[in-house]
Design a binder for this molecule. Sequence first.
Ligand code: NAD
Length: 480
Amino acid sequence: MTLITLQNYIDGNYCAPTGGQYLEGFNPATGEVFSQVPDSREADVSLAVQAAKKALPAWKAMPADDRFRILNAIAEGIEANLTEFAEAESMDQGKPVWLAKTEMQRAAQNFRFYATAAIQFASESHQTDTRAINYTLRQPVGIVGCISPWNLPLYLFSWKIAPALAAGNCVVAKPSEFTPYTAYLLCRICNEAGLPAGVLNVVHGLGASCGQAIVDHPEIKAISFTGGTATGKHIASVAAPMFKKLSLELGGKNPNIIFDDADLEEAVKTTVRSSFLNQGEICLCGSRVFIHTRMYEAFKAMLLEQVAKMQVGDPADDKTRVGAIVSKPHFEKVLSYIELAKAEGGRVLCGGTAVKPPGFENGWFIAPTIIEGLSQSCRTNMEEIFGPVITIMPFETEEEVLGMANDTAYGLACTIWTTDLKRAHRMAEAIQSGIVWVNCWLLRDLRTPFGGVKQSGVGREGGWEAMRFFTEPKNVCIAY
Ligand code: NAD
């Protein structure tokens, strides 16, 4: 098989890493190496920063209308090449192609949304006792670093880059070393869309070398990071003494709470998705499912029945519901958590093992796994597994389930199933998380704030929140 060689994208050109070193890129469904990924270092990041610095004055000064046109053209470019992008994403990440297609559409939508933000973002003005007027200039931060993870590769990459560019910044970006393919393809689209050279620079490589060089670089003034909590903590410790602006979107261990007045059918159907979509590798997945005792047995039986029908295997097959786990180390990590759950006294109700689908015997597949009989305080329920593994637990009262739901270091998202409006409001207020869904999951509107509390992160993305992050407010006070 001919290997696909990915390149960095610096100053509008594809280029090899200066050190000439490459990493292996794996197809998780086959376990085979199919690409070479630049193993970029500090020197490559420096070149990217130089290119960004050169491009910044003109990009900052470009009329918003022109930025709008270019970002829109990038959205159209992704849509025009949707199948190529979706197949590349699936080959890199392991997810079903049909799912990758929906994510590519959303990546295009991110560019379209922030294209309009470029022309609509407004600032405030305040009059002071009729003697002075204050207005706020919203100026681009300058050169910003965008670092993204492997689970929703292009979607999360574009979720950062689009607002950064819309606000007039130049970007040095690094996708995950496990899933760099669509970020590489995006650079071609950016050239075709007329994005000026140096405005976006993409460097590929490992977190500890390439990512670290982005965080360390003194001329990069803000870091927008999505990834694990431990990495986020490290980045914060490096960036804080340099007074960099930081947006950290980190891990989750989200509760999914089903009250006894919930619409059982709808709650089960959505729980199948919120537990196992993208192999459970979505930061918003509900991995701790709390079910009211009166509903418990009925819910469990229906859930098991539906999960048994989920096809695991060939990502190209439209009927596949669970694809491959992103990498061998992550596959082994998820399996080790299933062993831990058993050691902690958990009963595996379904799944619990690796799967070898016909034709994909060397891939990294795990059957959707449901575990019961664990206490909320065990490690399985405290640590992020980030795979197709959930635990189900009964509860009696609202107070009890609220205590269990909040008994976690994380605070990203929560789902509540109830038809009692008052209870929905009470729970939404009391739950410690950045996002609450009531009787739904993953209904996303790009205008709404996105992010977590506690160890799930600092700051918010989405809508004007991202535009505020990628701009510096400067107050001007004029007396008259
Ligand atoms: P990770 O932290 O290992 O890596 C994320 C990115 O950071 C990668 O590009 C990696 O190369 C880079 N990186 C690693 N070390 C670095 C360093 N020292 N300096 C700079 N960059 C570095 O995370 P992952 O395994 O790729 O992603 C999974 C995690 O992401 C999970 O914890 C998941 O919950 C989280 N996540 C959070 C959200 C959210 O919005 N809150 C969304 C998706 C994923």
